[in-house]
Write a protein that binds this ligand. Structure first.
Ligand code: AMP
Length: 422
């Protein structure tokens, strides 16, 4: 076949009908489970003002410095949202959601955009689901957020995961730690990878995240942030661990775990899967107690996570987990001749009104081709209609799986298929 003239941009992927069922399945599961945890959905625009994302995530972060898709129109600067915590916080502040009282428990599902180098598990348009609890500084909120995240993977059957946990404390302890880390790295600065050299001044904590071999020895001997935490941060961290223990959630402490956005404080976590390869993070999150204030709201502690949906599907594939049911249709009306086609068209709604799915041929195909099509469409029943059937008002109902045929009135067929009386 000829090469298509138009293709998607690099890293942007169509979700085709054969795959969409697993998406719908996952989305439904997330919605159902989020409701059980008493979270409410929030939907914000795909585009935000550039200033919000820069301010919210931090100028020096990888996302802001090289991965945002932005453009301007007149005076306005737009960015395709690279994540949803900052937009949700903006919506919270802008719409005074704090006035609803209590803590706000919000969830979201949707596409995000980052101009990263595409590879398996890394796209430029990808999808996340996530939660935010706004208004509580209690470690219970951290525990609930983590519990929900793990719960979704367990429901699906992805159980072979590692929860990595760390505390990055408050900004003061973090500044002290940054200084200590820089002092540790300084004598060997020349030996660090190019990326880490660049991060040294602007974003030294991200050096801990480096995947470059040459950085390893210097990271392994680096001081750890846990030694710099304030008493309050240690207390909070211990509570989070205690509650996770109460919930039977196991974790691995990783003092080098840092997250990609500047807004994090205190708890940081990531869920890792050995089934994913190089991009092994299924989900990640943490506290961001200062972000609401940072973007103009009242002081509001908060905690949340975001999970990559494509990566969840990759893990499913590796584990042989199939999500969503096969495509099927309850009734395929097979028609012979114009009068039957007309009849078929008007009878489709009878099935649909009773809750059954129904279709027919739109291509004027032979009866044999229509039967073949009914098979391809995975029809449970075919109703076969020709001139004779229209005259006698007795139609052939074929049970496709059993290859059984019966001659019945339309009412009897409707009853048989939909289980309702007409
Ligand atoms: P982050 O918002 O960076 O904390 O990412 C949260 C989760 O989103 C990650 O753990 C991944 O599962 C997923 N994710 C992040 N970036 C991408 C991407 N470019 N392509 C696919 N999934 C991604």
């Amino acid at each position: 076949m000829a090469q298509p003239i138009y293709t998607t941009h690099h890293g942007m992927v169509d979700i085709l009908p054969d795959e969409v069922r697993k998406w719908q399945f996952l989305e439904n599961l997330i919605r159902e489970e989020a409701e059980k945890f008493n979270f409410e959905e929030i939907r914000t625009p795909i585009m935000e003002k550039t200033e919000l994302i820069v301010r919210g995530l931090g100028q020096m972060t990888d996302i802001v410095s090289k991965e945002i898709f932005s453009f301007s129109r007149g005076e306005d600067n737009y960015v395709l949202r690279p994540e949803l915590t900052a937009p949700v916080v903006r919506a919270f502040v802008e719409n005074r959601l704090d006035q609803r009282g209590g803590s706000q428990k919000l969830y979201y599902i949707g596409p995000m955009f980052r101009a990263e180098r595409p590879q398996k598990g890394r796209q430029r348009q990808f999808h996340q689901f996530g939660l935010e609890i706004m208004g509580s500084s209690d470690a219970l909120a951290d525990a609930e957020v983590i519990a929900f995240m793990i719960h979704i993977y367990h429901k699906i059957g992805i159980t072979n995961t590692t929860l990595k946990l760390n505390s990055i404390g408050d900004p003061e302890s973090r500044d002290q730690y940054k200084r200590a880390l820089k002092a540790h790295l300084k004598p060997d600065l020349e030996k660090l990878s190019e990326v880490s050299k660049k991060r040294y001044e602007n974003n030294p904590l991200r050096i801990l995240d480096s995947k470059e071999e040459e950085d390893r020895p210097f990271i392994e001997t680096a001081p750890v942030i846990t030694e710099f935490l304030s008493e309050k941060s240690v207390k909070h961290y211990n509570k989070v661990k205690e509650y996770l223990g109460d919930l039977g959630i196991t974790y691995e402490e990783d003092p080098y775990l840092v997250r990609g956005m500047d807004y994090y404080t205190e708890t940081a976590f990531e869920l890792i899967s050995p089934d994913l390869g190089a991009q092994d993070a299924l989900a990640g999150g943490g506290r961001y107690d200062l972000l609401v204030e940072e973007i103009g709201g009242l002081p509001t502690p908060a905690v949340g996570f975001a999970a990559g949906m494509e990566r969840l599907f990759i893990a499913c594939e590796e584990l042989g987990i199939r999500l969503g049911s096969e495509k099927k249709v309850d009734v395929y009306i097979v028609t012979l001749g114009d009068a039957a086609r007309k009849w078929g068209l008007t009878q489709l709604s009878k099935f649909r009104e009773k809750g059954a799915s129904a279709t027919m041929d739109y291509m004027g195909r032979s009866m044999k081709a229509q039967m073949k099509d009914a098979n391809r469409e995975n029809a449970r029943f075919a109703v076969i209609v020709g001139e004779n059937e229209l005259n006698t008002r007795q139609f052939t109902l074929r049970n496709m799986a059993a290859s059984e045929e019966n001659s019945l009135t339309l009412d009897a067929i409707l009853q048989k298929i939909t289980g309702h009386h007409t």
